[in-house]
Design a protein around this ligand. Structure first.
Ligand SMILES: Cc1ncc(COP(=O)(O)O)c(C=O)c1O
Length: 338
């Protein structure tokens, strides 16, 4: 029986075209800015977001950390959603390495409003940390892949800028949001200072993320990347599939979204509880009976379906390249009523 792996879109393998591009890539020493393939990817990414410059980094976590380090100084404060990846899953790097303290805002389906940001803002006062950065996660992982609309980003961006703070989007899956809402990445990037997006998730690349921003910011981010040991040499072998991802892999994300909806509908029919309003992109977060997620995951595994835990009573399924509609039908048959 073939295993159907819905743990994450990070399990995707590079396409054949990507493997060929890796083999053919023109290479150079990227620390000296001499890798033509990296330079092409970084410019392509910057153009897609209407920003001046881009920076290839090893991962989404590195992209977020480097962005935080570049926007903030030790002791600064960063506003983010209460279950943001940058806070919840990045090993505390923002505090351990960048030295910033998070101020959490509980969003609705991963999205908080400009009014909430304003209400949490304490001003620049002697006793408080310096408010420096506002982070937005789009799509929001723990909220089940929910999207921020352009308007929501614009409003929070303006509220932050009016208070002298910078804005960063953790856009690990921002192209999923673009496809789901028919949005242009430039419209998201327009009201913020930096965006990180991942090549290695739904876009199927083996490695890498890119940060985009203005030239001055990216020049400083390049030094932050270097100090973290992220200065890579012939990194064109990572950039080559990234170019294919940006040029060809984005429209197919729609198929992942359709499959996620089909899966969610079937899981609800089988007795799991899902807020269907959260099923906007390629992630499905479902509630099992109380404290039963581990049992559910083990049972699913015995039937050859892999999913992951999102808490004691929550499981996560992620659709991705390589999973087709027939697989979803198969998954639902294998899982059966819970
Ligand atoms: C929203 C979000 N941001 C950042 C990351 C980190 O990416 P990476 O695993 O490449 O470090 C992830 C990974 O799943 C994510 O979901």
């Amino acid at each position: 029986m073939r295993t159907i792996d819905l743990r994450s879109d990070t399990v995707t393998l590079p396409t054949e075209e990507m493997m060929e591009a890796i083999a053919q890539a023109e290479l150079g020493d990227d620390v000296s800015r001499e890798d033509p393939t990296v330079n092409r990817l970084e410019q392509l990414a910057a153009d897609r977001f209407g920003k001046e410059a881009g920076l290839l980094v090893t991962s989404g976590t590195a992209g977020n950390l480097i962005s935080v380090m570049t926007h903030c100084r030790h002791g600064d404060e960063i506003y983010c959603e209460a279950e943001a990846h940058i806070y919840y899953y990045e090993v505390g790097g923002m505090s351990a390495i960048a030295g910033v303290i998070p101020r959490l805002i509980k969003g609705r389906r991963g999205v908080y409003t400009a009014e909430q940001l304003e209400a949490h803002y304490r001003g620049r006062e002697m006793h408080y940390p310096n408010p420096a950065l506002v982070a937005i996660e789009n799509t929001h992982n723990r909220a089940g892949g929910c999207c921020w609309t352009i308007k929501e980003v614009e409003e929070v961006g303006k509220a932050a800028h009016d208070r002298g703070m910078k804005v960063h989007i953790d856009g690990a899956r921002i192209f999923n949001a673009c496809v789901a809402l028919g949005a242009d990445p430039k419209d998201y990037a327009n009201s913020v200072d930096s965006v990180t997006f991942c090549l290695s998730k739904g876009l199927s690349c083996p490695v890498g993320s890119v940060i985009v921003g203005d030239k001055e910011f990216i020049d400083r981010a390049r030094k932050a990347r270097k100090i973290l040991g992220g200065g890579m040499r012939q990194a064109g072998i990572i950039a080559a599939p990234g170019i294919i991802a940006l040029e060809r892999m984005i429209p197919r994300l729609r198929e992942d979204h359709d499959n996620a909806k089909l899966l969610a509908k079937g899981l609800v029919e089988q007795g799991l509880s899902i807020d269907m309003a959260t099923v906007q992109t390629n992630i499905v977060v479902a509630e099992t009976a109380p404290n039963k997620s581990a049992d559910y995951i083990s049972k699913a595994k015995r039937s050859g379906v892999l999913c992951s835990s999102f808490g004691k009573s929550l499981v996560r399924f992620v659709t991705h390249n390589g999973i087709v509609k027939e697989d979803i039908v198969d998954v639902l048959e294998r899982l059966g009523p819970s």
